[in-house]
Design a protein around this ligand. Structure first.
Ligand code: FCB
Length: 463
């Protein structure tokens, strides 16, 4: 067995080892649960998308996934054995609301209730994401995020969930990565619902923001002592060359990732540059919704994995398919996703968004890396993932020391799971899952994470 004691946070003075900082692990419903057709669950857009030929690597789907639906108890026990302080899970909307007529599925709510109660019993704080991409298909059938009604249905769903769980939840997130839903799902077509249309993309952005704005007052009313926010994703966008066109493209890419969301959320307006280019793609009378969208949030969640290297796609400034694309860059180590290991990008990103906006607390809701892990009789040795976490945690420490209010860090992911279009081949877990036998094996990175927390709790004098 490995001996990674305090491999991740060497500096015992790190502010991350204080009581007011929370360490957790994250997952999402469709990626781990399986049991997609039981106890009244209806199809989500991901169930449907996975049935499309060629949509997912190896024709994988979330039908079985980590079988967490049946194994949640043993999974929480495993979490506990790693001294995890908080668990960020998502609720599957189509498990909870079964039809366009707003039928509530009590069995679905009960499933999550057992999990949440068990977490609380174990002293693990529950964090909930309401939308981690699995839109009910019955809503896609009326246009999904292109239809304003989906925003109203989201508010209803958020109301039901938060009435049911109330303050038991430490923090609610309305949306996980609305950029991904909008741009990968509606422009690039590689995520559900598989569209390639800029108008659909901008409608999807606007209606998710509106849904967030409609839900927030309900969440606050139902769970006044919980924290409420939204989770965004991205990194710095760097131009592939010094050319004007590439620099312009990198700026647009950055703005679409961050300002397109932060500006309406924090300042109640869309960014001028993007409006100049794409105003016609927003819904008519979008301005009227901006007051609803700008709500006070208690935190902004940031998911960080890598940087983006961007080049212009010709012709620049066209309103065609896209005006930028990702460029190949070779100078940094890459993960199995082909993503650069670039911890300094986390600092660049957080520094910049904090400079540009008056932000509340920040929580790092996802950070992690995929590598080709192998199980051996000695376990799963994943030194590159250990290194990845170590480097990124050092940056989080640095940011906190510099005065930025970051209150939590969640490793993505607790378990290897269904990595969307990439299927099961890309493993992000602290815990290895053999998808044939459902055997779980804690990786060396999982042991290191658990040891860091044991050390923290020892330092703090916890039991
Ligand atoms: C994020 C998603 C998460 C997972 C990681 C690798 O964009 O939120 O579900 O797929 O990437």
């Amino acid at each position: 067995m490995y001996k990674p004691m305090q491999e991740l946070l060497i500096d015992t003075q790190s502010p991350l080892l204080k009581n007011n900082f929370t360490f957790g692990v994250a997952t999402s419903a469709y990626q781990i649960e399986g049991s997609t057709t039981v106890e009244g669950k209806v199809d989500s857009i991901w169930d449907v998308f996975c049935r499309q030929e060629g949509a997912i690597a190896n024709s994988d789907s979330g039908e079985i996934a980590c079988d967490h639906f049946n194994r949640w108890k043993e999974d929480i026990a495993l979490m506990k054995s790693l001294n995890i302080e908080a668990y960020r899970l998502s609720i599957s909307w189509p498990r909870v609301i079964s039809s366009i007529d707003r039928e509530i599925n009590q069995q679905g709510l009960n499933f999550y209730q057992q999990i949440i109660d068990c977490l609380i019993e174990q002293g693990i704080k529950p964090y909930i994401t309401l939308y981690h991409w699995d839109l009910p298909q019955y809503l896609q059938d009326i246009g999904g995020w292109q239809n304003r009604k989906t925003a109203e249905e989201f508010a209803f769903y958020a109301d039901i969930v938060s009435q049911f769980f109330g303050d038991k939840i430490v923090a609610y997130a309305t949306f996980n990565e609305p950029w991904v839903t909008s741009f990968l799902g509606h422009l690039h077509g590689i995520h559900a619902p598989g569209l390639q249309c800029r108008k659909a993309t901008y409608h999807s952005v606007h209606h998710q923001l509106l849904a967030h704005g409609l839900a927030l007052p309900l969440l606050r009313k139902n769970a006044p002592n919980s924290q409420h926010g939204i989770v965004l994703n991205g990194g710095p966008s760097q131009a592939a060359t010094d050319s004007f066109n590439d620099k312009y493209a990198a700026n647009i890419a950055y703005q679409e990732q961050w300002d397109l969301f932060l500006s309406p959320l924090m300042s109640g307006c869309y960014p001028d540059t993007l409006l100049e280019l794409y105003q016609n793609y927003l819904p008519k009378n979008y301005q009227e919704d901006l007051l609803i969208i700008k709500q006070t949030v208690d935190y902004i969640g940031v998911n960080y994995y890598t940087r983006n290297v961007v080049q212009s796609a010709t012709p620049v400034m066209s309103n065609q398919y896209t005006c930028y694309e990702n460029a190949e860059a070779t100078e940094f180590e890459k993960t199995a996703m082909g993503w650069d290991v670039y911890p300094q990008g986390l600092k660049m990103t957080i520094d910049k968004i904090c400079q540009d906006y008056q932000l509340p607390a920040i929580m790092i809701m996802e950070n992690g890396a995929a590598f080709d892990d192998k199980v051996t009789p000695q376990g799963v040795d994943d030194p590159r993932r250990v290194q990845y976490f170590k480097a990124h945690l050092a940056v989080v420490s640095q940011l906190v020391i510099s005065g930025i209010n970051i209150s939590a860090y969640f490793a993505w992911s607790f378990l290897d799971n269904f990595e969307w279009a990439e299927g099961y081949n890309k493993r992000f877990g602290l815990v290895h899952v053999d998808f044939e036998s459902q055997q779980r094996t804690i990786k060396r990175s999982g042991i290191a994470y658990g040891d860091m927390l044991a050390f923290k709790h020892q330092l703090r004098g916890d039991k």
